[in-house]
Design a binder for this molecule. Structure first.
Ligand SMILES: Cc1cc2nc3c(=O)[nH]c(=O)nc-3n(C[C@H](O)[C@H](O)[C@H](O)COP(=O)(O)OP(=O)(O)OC[C@H]3O[C@@H](n4cnc5c(N)ncnc54)[C@H](O)[C@@H]3O)c2cc1C
Length: 312
């Protein structure tokens, strides 16, 4: 669901208004430290001195996109209070690719392509269908971001991305299509025969991969060459070498260990009165609202649980 305004700020404003209407008092400041006291907690704030409280909910997010304010402070607070923090890693993050192809295709976005990612043994790691984008460093876009959640072993594993530019056409149908395009361009150079089939930027890359001389007349292209062209369209291959930095990741995987948090209340199993909510916890999911849902659901549960104990 999206707000009518299509703006995230509307959601924030609605939540703030609800909290205010319910009698909540808000202090906007940066928490510098959280310490346990005999009766509760003591927070040190950057501009407002100390704040003593009965309960604390740590909901400081992950460490990705630090410009949104989440710089990993929650991990430090959790560690200082005795919690285990699973090492934060980038997820839903653009990927780096080797070679000159990404630079040549930079800015090109592709719709309706199929991707297949395999490891060094040719074993499937991930496959998907949808949109992707080439950048100067590699690849990005929805299917790539989702794929990144499955590529956690860069350095130990060798991942290869294979892009099928025409997944709706099987090899036979694509061959017939190529023949039709060739017949319409018999006297042209091969270079000028793919305009109807592929985006302009992609044509020189596919031609280079096919090994066919771009200046060869279309009428002289052999069946074997056509087969090589077909393969380069169905299997544009890139070696993936890593991810962009965690600061560019949409989500942080890792965080406060779920083993140390009660799923019924979000309360710490180690420190009574301490609660966790959202991305600071070691949970992450695909795009599509799942991470926001995690934040809302755990936030709601932590809030209700903490308040119930204080009120009752
Ligand atoms: C570009 C982008 C696109 C995204 N798209 C999607 C999407 O389509 N679907 C989806 O499900 N998820 C998406 N996400 C992820 C989603 O936004 C997060 O998972 C979610 O916002 C996490 O909520 P949170 O409340 O746990 O943390 P955050 O939203 O990160 O909020 C943490 C808050 O804590 C504050 N804070 C941190 N440290 C301190 C401190 N020491 N003192 C005081 N305050 C502090 C921060 O300023 C921040 O306001 C996207 C994220 C990004 C960056």
């Amino acid at each position: 669901m999206f707000p009518v305004s299509d703006k995230a700020k509307t959601v924030v404003d609605a939540l703030k208004k609800y909290a205010k209407d319910m009698g909540a008092r808000a202090i906007q400041d940066e928490v510098v430290s959280v310490t346990k006291t005999e009766s509760g907690f003591s927070l040190r704030l950057k501009d407002h001195g100390r704040l003593n409280c009965d309960k604390v909910i740590i909901a400081t997010g992950g460490v990705s996109y630090p410009q949104t304010g989440s710089t990993g402070d929650g991990y430090r607070f959790a560690k200082e209070l005795g919690h285990t923090v699973v090492s934060p890693k980038p997820s839903l993050v653009p990927l780096l690719a080797k070679g000159s192809i990404p630079k040549k295709l930079m800015g090109l976005s592709l719709k309706n392509v199929a991707i297949f990612i395999s490891d060094e043994n040719g074993k499937k790691v991930y496959e998907d269908f949808g949109e992707m984008l080439f950048t100067h460093y590699g690849v990005s876009g929805p299917v790539i971001l989702s794929a990144s959640a499955h590529l956690r072993d860069f350095g130990q594993k060798k991942y290869t991305l294979s892009i099928d530019l025409k997944p709706a056409l099987d090899e036979q149908t694509l061959d017939k299509r190529l023949l039709r395009d060739f017949e319409a361009n018999l006297n042209k150079d091969f270079l000028h025969s793919l305009d109807a089939l592929l985006p302009q930027k992609m044509i020189p890359v596919i031609i280079e991969n096919s090994g066919i001389d771009p200046r060869k007349k279309v009428r002289d292209i052999t069946k074997e060459e056509r087969q090589a062209l077909l393969l380069s369209i169905k299997n544009l291959s890139l070696e993936l070498t890593g991810t962009r930095p965690i600061a560019e990741a949409i989500i942080t995987s890792g965080g406060v260990s779920v083993k140390e948090i009660s799923p019924k209340t979000m309360e710490s199993k180690l420190v009574p009165g301490l609660y966790f909510a959202g991305e600071v916890i070691d949970v992450d999911a695909y795009t599509g609202g799942f991470n926001l849902q995690i934040a809302y659901s755990t936030g709601h549960l932590a809030g209700i649980s903490a308040a119930e104990e204080v009120i009752s």
